[in-house]
Design a protein around this ligand. Structure first.
Ligand SMILES: [Zn+2]
Length: 486
């Protein structure tokens, strides 16, 4: 593991240098172009795009795709493995694939872009879509402020291009920018292909943020415009992946461009909670948004990840199921809270009934239960005085380990493993490892507990984030065991 990391770092450095050299040239070209503002703009953008493409290619070569070659099951964390190519949706709509799709809708009076993908892939996506149509970009509609949806915006934007987004877009972008260092590490654990923080292309034009909408829509409001005889409706649809979700609806063609409103797949249980740690998501707003979108009766749903879904009946059935599943989990959580049950009891008890079953590889029901609880009741669960003070249980673990003795703790951890209770085993091992952080027997048991959880995860819900988290913890355990062996 250690060897592999250093390989990646060396490789990164080797590729990083030419990219930086190119950048320096571009900066010089940029300065020269300032002499002639108007003529310069187009050339400057071209130069920037070329730089972006080189850096994007360099980054792609450095990405850690893992050893298995294939992803867990073609969902969010594996999107980096998609080729970048253009596909057609309808007579006048196309999308460039990638981690996030960039969608282009042609009209006789210019083009509309919906979402602009990941910054590392933006130059390639733009180049391919410009081959479909090089007409002026009249509108850019952004589904929300996440980095995988707005990365290419400044390169698509031309003089006079309107940028349409939800009214909360700027606020979401603000907090995501401010918390970027905090979130980056978490994101990288869950999306291991991301470059390390110190290896990321840290140049101004590739940084997150700085997108300024010129037109905004509020929650459940519609902004309508026409272009080349085509009607476009942008609808504020909060409650999904952030407070600033907007969707684009083409009423004549009955195509709904959904961004992340449904998550990367359709249908699936939505990510009411996100493991990387974002603001709480609001399930009842999501239900309200779903009802609004159901009334449109879409015939094609085009998400900003993966591929479109076609067929009014299939789409309707999927949307109804998602809506009813979220409503069910919400209502059961609230009923349990009112009945005096603990959040942990409810996480164990609440399951989707068979007629509402949905895949949970993105969002998970038990995590949604906890998130709904926290949304309404925040962090004090009224269970222990200790919850109120900044003294966590782990502060007494090393003393506890000394009193209990390593031998007793390890045999208890082993017993829990034998009883197929890996989480209880991990609790005990946290105590044991607090007393003796490099104890090989404790680390060995931790590896067994994590492996057991991994087997359950892979044979159960196959939730991506759980699997990548467990992989990360297993790697950490292996590394600590490896250090011990030296
Ligand atoms: Zn996304």
């Amino acid at each position: 593991m250690t060897t592999r990391q250093s390989d990646v770092a060396t490789q990164g450095g080797a590729i990083g240098k030419p990219a930086l050299a190119v950048l320096a040239i571009m900066a010089m070209v940029g300065a020269w172009l300032l002499l002639d503002e108007d003529a310069g703009q187009g050339l400057k953008k071209k130069a920037e795009l070329k730089t972006m493409e080189i850096i994007g290619d360099a980054a792609a070569r450095r990405l850690d795709f893992g050893e298995d070659g294939e992803g867990t099951h073609g969902s969010a964390v594996d999107l980096i493995k998609r080729p970048i190519e253009v596909r057609q949706i309808s007579d006048n709509a196309y999308y460039a694939t990638g981690v996030g799709n960039t969608i282009l809708i042609k009209t006789d009076e210019g083009n509309v872009i919906f979402d602009t993908g990941l910054v590392l892939q933006a130059a390639k996506q733009l180049k391919l879509l410009k081959e479909v149509s090089d007409a002026p970009v009249r509108y850019i509609v952004l589904s929300h402020s996440h980095a995988d949806h707005i990365g290419g915006t400044r390169f698509w934007q031309e003089k006079g291009t309107e940028i349409l987004a939800h009214g909360d877009f700027l606020e979401e972008q603000r907090y995501l920018s401010q918390l970027e260092p905090y979130q980056y590490g978490r994101n990288r654990t869950l999306f291991p292909w991301m470059p390390a923080w110190e290896d990321r292309p840290d140049i101004e034009m590739m940084r997150y943020g700085g997108v300024q909408p010129t037109i905004t829509v509020a929650d459940w409001e519609t902004y309508t415009f026409s272009l080349g005889g085509i009607e476009f409706q942008v609808i504020g649809a909060p409650g999904a992946e952030g407070a600033d979700n907007a969707v684009l609806w083409l009423p004549q063609e009955k195509i709904l461009f959904t961004g992340d409103f449904f998550g990367p797949q359709f249908p699936q249980f939505p990510n009411v909670f996100t493991m990387r740690g974002e603001k709480i998501r609001k399930p009842m707003e999501y239900v309200k948004s779903l009802n609004l979108l159901l009334a449109l009766e879409p015939e094609v749903v085009v998400p900003s990840h993966l591929n479109p879904t076609r067929g009014a009946d299939e789409i309707r059935a999927g949307m109804v199921r998602i809506r009813d599943a979220v409503q069910y989990v919400h209502d059961e959580t609230v009923a349990g809270m009112n009945a005096g049950k603990s959040v942990y009891e409810l996480m164990q008890e609440i399951e989707l009934p068979p007629h509402l079953e949905l895949v949970q590889n993105h969002g998970r029901v038990d995590w949604a239960v906890r998130s709904i609880w926290d949304y309404y009741a925040t962090w004090f669960h009224f269970e222990s005085t200790t919850e109120l003070y900044p003294v966590p249980a782990r502060d007494v673990y090393s003393d506890l380990a000394e009193v209990a003795g390593t031998e007793g703790l390890l045999s208890l951890a082993q017993n829990y493993l034998n009883q197929d209770q890996p989480v209880k085993s991990l609790h005990v091992l946290e105590v044991a490892l607090a007393g003796d952080p490099s104890n090989p027997a404790a680390l060995g048991l931790r590896r067994q507990a994590l492996e057991l959880l991994m087997v359950k995860a892979e044979n159960g819900l196959r939730n991506d984030y759980e699997i990548y988290w467990l992989k990360h913890r297993l790697a950490d355990t292996e590394a600590r065991l490896g250090d011990e062996a030296l």
